[in-house]
Design a protein around this ligand. Structure first.
Ligand code: AKG
Length: 251
């Protein structure tokens, strides 16, 4: 990591308290990114047509075989070499921010923002309502292959909206195989009230944000899928006694 002064705990806490998010450069090393990219490339090669790039395979699967794309999405997070090196690079930063305790992963994943398609992206939402029994959730987002830009659908945030706390929401799912957005009530007014910031970054840069910060994916207006690492972490000491299920399963 090349941002020693940026990672000072007090500076990060101050940024988080003011804006609800913090952007750090070069947190994930080229080596860790390489492992993730190699694994994703190998996984998609197993279902690719001759000569297809990973981006072309993702687009074709989304159009022709969305079940296979969904299965890959579900199981990539269980692979070792792809996810663990990235998580290990992010861990020291997460440890600096979360209250004392051993960090646990509530569900890291790789998401695929398909061009001109909102099926696998999220409208304005907060993380809190997805896991109401779990406090102190810290979310992480990182571009994997290519820079994140508004044009290719990178995440937007409403600066300072974390101070509203977790809000009542409406559940919106555009199709049975689409992602579910828990959209805060009164979102049109909130969008006018709070400044929107878009995470524009290079692979290896990360954004971290609190569970009550309102955020969304933008529409990908480029011709290539946006491949993004997303993580949600807390410390095990934060878990209340009744939070016994992780990922909804009694492992
Ligand atoms: O990068 C994106 O598309 C947004 C991801 C998101 O909303 C989340 O991780 O909660």
């Amino acid at each position: 990591m090349t941002v020693t002064e940026n990672t000072a705990g007090a500076w990060m806490q101050q940024q988080l308290q003011t804006n609800g998010y913090i952007i750090l450069k070069d947190v994930v090393s080229a080596d860790s990114l390489g492992k993730l990219r190699d694994d994703l490339t190998a996984i998609f090669a197993s279902v690719a047509r001759p000569g297809e790039t990973v981006f072309e395979t993702i687009r074709r699967l989304d159009a022709e075989d969305s079940q296979t794309l969904y299965r890959i999405y579900q199981f990539v997070s269980r692979t070792f070499t792809s996810m663990d090196a990235v998580r290990a690079d992010i861990l020291p930063v997460v440890e600096d921010i979360l209250p004392d305790g051993i960090v646990i992963d509530l569900g890291s994943a790789i998401i695929f923002g398909i061009p001109e398609n909102s099926r696998l992206t999220w409208q304005w939402h907060q993380e809190g309502p997805y896991d109401p029994a779990i406090p102190n959730i810290l979310s992480v987002n990182m571009p994997v292959f290519e820079p994140a830009r508004r044009e290719n659908g990178s995440i937007s945030l409403l600066k300072g909206s974390h101070r509203l706390g977790v809000l009542p929401y409406d559940k919106i799912q555009e199709a049975p195989d689409a992602s579910t957005s828990l959209v805060p009530r009164g979102i049109d007014r909130l969008v006018e009230e709070y400044e929107e910031a878009c995470f524009e970054a290079e692979p290896g840069d990360i954004i971290l944000f609190y569970e009550s910060l309102i955020h969304r994916s933008n529409i990908n207006q480029s011709d290539r899928p946006r491949v993004t690492f997303v993580g949600r972490f807390t410390s095990i000491q934060s878990l209340p006694e009744h939070a016994t299920l992780i990922d909804g399963k009694p492992y």
